[in-house]
Design a protein around this ligand. Structure first.
Ligand SMILES: [Zn+2]
Length: 106
């Protein structure tokens, strides 16, 4: 009577896990887009958009940032950070070669 079906479980485990992972990835991607939209999808320092090979980096600006990636935070938390300017976007050029403002006077 109390028959559970181990085969059913093992057959279905794989796709279930896969689905869960891709949903999580999808969510992180949506959060990334949400943050970048606030910055008009470009680097606020030089106006560059994320066209290959330029990447846009999203970073915390506060002294004690959360341990998690901003994409793993709840939506409300992300908005709170955005509203308080605790998140910054910079392109790979500005990140590694300095922002245009850093070069003024040099
Ligand atoms: Zn830039």
């Amino acid at each position: 009577m109390k028959k559970y079906n181990p085969k059913y479980y093992s057959d279905n485990r794989e796709p279930l896990i896969k689905k869960n992972t891709s949903r999580k990835k999808d969510l992180r991607e949506r959060k990334r887009e949400h943050i970048l939209k606030r910055f008009d999808d470009c680097c606020p320092h030089c106006g560059t958009t994320a066209t290959h090979p330029i990447k846009l980096y999203i970073e915390y600006t506060m002294d004690e940032p959360p341990k998690k990636s901003p994409f793993d935070l709840p939506w409300t938390h992300i908005d709170l950070l955005l509203n308080n300017n605790y998140l910054e976007v910079q392109c790979s050029t500005c990140k590694y070669r300095g922002k245009p403002a850093d070069h003024i006077g040099s």
